[in-house]
Design a protein around this ligand. Sequence first.
Ligand code: DQA
Length: 147
Amino acid sequence: MPTILVINGPNLNLMGTREVEIYGTQTLDAINRELERLAESRGVHIEFFQSNHEGELIDRIQAARGRAGCIIINAGALTHYSIALHDALRAVELPVIEVHLSNPYAREDFRHRSLVSPVAVGGVFGLGSLSYRLAVEAACELLARMG
Ligand code: DQA
């Protein structure tokens, strides 16, 4: 069964309690349960990983090589400056879908640059938890095309 790996970076474990006017009231756990149901309905296996530590995220990305079919990632603030994360995503040669709850381009200048985008096939941002659901839909479609 094809596998989607959903990765969340720093502070996304605080979802539901952190700056709710920007990030919404849904917890990461609640979102993941929805994504699980969605993937199941499409016959796709889905795995989740969250860490506040750059190195742990890189280890998980490297471990996905040859095992996952697609990576969905919200790298949090690391999106904007982590060359190491960029390199890891490039190295594993898997389709990457970038996700953000908020619209980084409508926020501070330092959020306007993404080091994930250049290694992503596409992205969804600004739609709250719907960003993740649409990313899973897209990942299922990509996996089906890849056969
Ligand atoms: C975020 C946007 C980032 O700029 C921020 O640092 C986050 C969350 C989002 O999902 O909107 O932690 O990735």
